[in-house]
Design a protein around this ligand. Sequence first.
Ligand SMILES: Nc1ncnc2c1ncn2[C@@H]1O[C@H](COP(=O)(O)OP(=O)(O)OP(=O)(O)O)[C@@H](O)[C@H]1O
Ligand SMILES: [Mg+2]
Length: 313
Amino acid sequence: MSTHVDVLCPNDYKTLELIGSSSSMADIRNKISKYAASDAEVLIQGETGVGKGLCAKLIHSLSARAQYPFIEVNCGSIASGLIASELFGHQKGAFTGAIADHIGYIQRSNHGTLFLDEIGDMPSDLQIHLLHFIESKKMQRLGSDSSVSVDCRIIAASHVDLKHDIIQGGFREDLYYRLNILPLYIPALRERKADIPDYAQYFLNLLSDGKKKHLSKAVVDYLTRHSWPGNVRELRNVIQRAIIMCGDKNITIADLGLEIADRQMLPASDTIDSDYLLQVISDHKHNMSAAARYMGISRTTLYRLLKKYNLQK
Ligand SMILES: Nc1ncnc2c1ncn2[C@@H]1O[C@H](COP(=O)(O)OP(=O)(O)OP(=O)(O)O)[C@@H](O)[C@H]1O
Ligand SMILES: [Mg+2]
């Protein structure tokens, strides 16, 4: 399968853990368990790195569909001209280059969950096809007259405010309401500071290879004051770096290396230019996950940047 798509295996569920003792996280946990018991569409919104992907996987893994595929499609990473055929599939000869029948991601997620990440990037002509599919649970492959029924649950996510996109004319209002039956908004980390010590301790235990490490009150206070533009992902990366920097000792404020980030206040991705992007991708032999990890951004953000600079294949 292409790099735009992730398929979750039941074995991966064991590692899914939703950490955080804030009241927002308690509310999210409560919603996730209710949403998992339902089959309705879910729309997850929140800034980059807040845990949208994790929540989508959790809903699927707790649902009756858990033994069936969870297919994650990043709508922002597929060239707009290809999304229709990737999602709906095509018949041989449907268009130049369609040399064989192709089963799309909708059909592949039969009985399971189709996670449409960055739904705001879906071209408007396709939004109407998606709406039609959600309402009828029937679809046609490109070039085919017969329709097939597919039983899949749709979870969509967006890091941009889709309501704002509706006003700008980029997103269909009818599709928005159809997807937003079960809304899940994940607040930015700076709006739920009570979770910061929980995540810091969790990632410290997770990433320090069994070595006992302690977080001093000074370090925890410092972490709590930071604004975390990259949210939970940024915190994880900072803890990972601090573990490397502190050696055999306990972590100090200097080990966090946050002073520069504090001054910038901007998501790191906004400072990445196209030359640097191409260089890092080539250094990582076109392994997008590895390149994104190296730059401290998500694959979603990486694809967004490729699109922004017109560097998609
Ligand atoms: N509540 C949480 N508990 C434990 N880990 C979390 C939590 N929230 C986020 N994470 C971790 O933070 C990282 C980023 O989360 P995720 O990829 O789900 O964010 P996202 O909102 O999908 O980001 P993007 O918009 O950039 O795709 C992942 O490693 C995820 O496991
Ligand atoms: Mg994501």
